[in-house]
Design a protein around this ligand. Structure first.
Ligand code: FES
Ligand SMILES: [Fe+2]
Length: 422
């Protein structure tokens, strides 16, 4: 555990109460769209969703006032473009996934290649001074980091995706993302500001209360019963929090279900007292996956404090991408703004494929536990938003382990300030 407060390491963040205006103001959200979302790299999906030439998906992104098509073309290259016909602005592709050789506009039949180039125009000769080469779909920047597809709609790139990600996450990029090809997902529209939802996932101060009857026992508590992170890192944009687990629990021993060297008897016995199905899932899950890695096999940057009871990290990839990497699965969530006080909570959890019934049982068990934990997290958000909008409070107090909430406020505030100054 850190001997000194995390805030001591980041004096530039200060310790003052943080304004709540960014959570309730329409004007602030408009400024966020302009200076944060329209300039940042935004995570939109995984490369496995576009396995072949012609595969595409559409993302309706209110936070950038656009709908974006991401497509894989003939030689495997990826293209991303605004979903707006270059003739009279009809939408080209419907939401969701698909496979095609051309994008056709249903209004007057213009057609576009997978790279957005204009290919066909009915009755082309009746246009005036018409140069087809100038009328493709409007492209946006697209790049991939470890299989995660990001887009950036800024006209001029302020930095490459690699330069954006690497300072904070180069040490974890050897994580075996490709081995985790079994994806579970849930989506929920939540009536709260996107940051209010995200905040509930970037501190663990709430765990003993919101999750008191579910997974609170899975995390390490100090001698006073407080649940503190092992460490926290705040970068120029991103942030990380490292957590220790209770290895005598189903959820808090990341090796228990996978590493055959690990004696999970304690976890099984301890869970068996109150969580009979959990204990059974742990017992049956061993050896049931096509891929197994224990903490010692993973990139050293994951458990950067090298703590023996490390359980997981929270990686907040700016602005709204939560990535939590564990030995036998990882979680990838987006907290996507829809309006100033609504957001889409878009969750995905990736496991390896299973090879035994027991392996499947373990994953199904973990899946429903996580679903219930997420519902617990969502349970406070809408009431908190409504209470925040009463304006009874103008600022919020944050304690040391809520440093990531403070860091987020500062990064966004500074981006808006920089954007407005230029
Ligand atoms: S608006 Fe698309 S072809 Fe006319
Ligand atoms: Fe939570």
């Amino acid at each position: 555990m850190p001997n000194t407060p995390l805030h001591d390491r980041y004096p530039q963040l200060g310790t003052a109460p943080v304004p709540i205006e960014p959570y309730i103001s329409k004007d602030f959200y408009a400024r966020e769209k302009e200076h944060v979302f329209k300039k940042a790299w935004i995570h939109v999906g995984r490369i496995e969703e576009l396995p072949d030439s012609g595969n595409y998906f559409v993302k309706d992104l209110e936070c950038i006032d656009s709908s974006i098509i991401v497509a894989r073309a003939g030689h495997g290259e990826l293209y991303a473009m605004h979903n707006v016909c270059a003739h009279r602005m009809n939408r080209i592709a419907c939401s969701g996934h698909g496979k095609t050789r051309r994008f056709f506009c249903r209004f007057h039949g213009w057609s576009y290649g997978l790279d957005g180039a204009l290919k066909g125009v009915p009755d082309e000769d009746s246009f005036f001074d018409f140069d087809k080469l100038k009328f493709g779909l409007s492209r946006v920047h697209v790049d991939v980091w470890r299989g995660f597809i990001f887009i950036n709609v800024g006209e001029k790139l302020e930095q490459s995706l690699a330069d954006f990600i690497s300072p904070m996450y180069a040490s974890i990029e050897d994580y075996p993302f490709e081995a985790m090809n079994n994806c579970y997902s849930w989506k929920a529209v939540v009536n709260c500001n996107w940051k209010l939802a995200l905040d509930a996932f970037q501190e663990t101060y709430h765990v003993a209360y919101v999750h008191g009857n579910s997974i609170a026992d899975a995390l390490h508590h100090d001698d006073d019963g407080n649940l503190k992170p092992l460490d926290g890192l705040c970068g120029d944009y991103h942030r990380r929090l490292s957590m220790a687990g209770n290895i005598n629990s189903v959820y808090g021993n990341p090796n228990a279900a996978t590493d055959s060297d690990v004696d999970a008897t304690n976890a099984i016995n301890s869970a068996g007292g109150s969580q009979l199905i959990g204990a059974e899932a742990l017992r049956l899950g061993k050896g049931g996956s096509t891929f197994e890695a224990s903490v010692k096999d993973l990139p050293k940057g994951l458990n950067w404090t090298n703590h023996p009871d490390w359980a997981f990290d929270i990686n907040m990839v700016f602005p709204d991408f939560y990535l939590s990497l564990r030995p036998n699965y990882y979680q990838a969530y987006n907290f996507r703004p829809l309006t100033h006080n609504t957001c889409l909570f878009d969750t995905r959890v990736y496991y390896p494929s299973t090879k035994t019934v027991g392996g499947r049982f373990y994953q199904e068990y973990m899946k429903v536990v996580l679903r219930d934990v997420l519902l617990e997290d969502l349970s406070t958000l809408e009431e908190t938003q409504a209470a925040t909008e009463t304006n009874i409070m103008s600022h919020m107090m944050l304690q040391d382990s809520e440093i990531m909430v403070r860091h987020q406020y500062e990064v966004i505030r500074q981006m808006i300030e920089r954007g407005e100054a230029s």
